[in-house]
Design a protein. Sequence first.
Length: 220
Amino acid sequence: MIELRNVTKYYQTKHERKYILDNVTFTIPSGVNVGILGRNGAGKSTLLRMLGGIDFPNSGFISSPNSFSWPMGLAGGFQGSMTGRQNVQFVSRIYGKSEYEIKSVIESVKAFSELGDYFDMPIKTYSSGMKSRLSFGMSLSFDFDYLIIDETLSVGDKNFQEKSKKALRKKIENCHILLVSHSMPVLKEMCDVGIVVHNGQLHYCDRIEDAIETYNQINR
């Protein structure tokens, strides 16, 4: 379960406040894979960052007994002057991996991300897609209650996308996902329920198909 209590999140523009969430009290139930939909700029990625604990509300609080991955697909969070290998090694140590486990994680992430020689080059030389592939591969190497995914499944060519979906389907046999995507087929395949972000509020649907219909109505 994920609980939002009186959560307000806004960004100050020159003339006004841009509200992402406006005094929202909301509970995301346990045991379901959640698709998050909304127009561009509605605040989907900001919501994911808050759920993952790397961004915070202006007021109110978000609480959960669950563990969350870093938001897969977001380019931030890496140390740009360090290589891909060094970033994987650093995160592995933070999560308490042994030296033997770290070697295994490094080889797994290197193979999955398909970065080739770039794996041993600084992150600041990576494209956003390369960072997303590295982030995705890293997340698959750690155990979380929830994987937080921001459009990662659209990264790379068709073969890489299929590989990513296959790996994710295997991973979610033992965890759940919070997934932002503009791909309705992916949402239908991966998610049970849906949340639509619109005008500072969250609208919950206990069927992903109903969430997609709500999203389509908003965009008509």
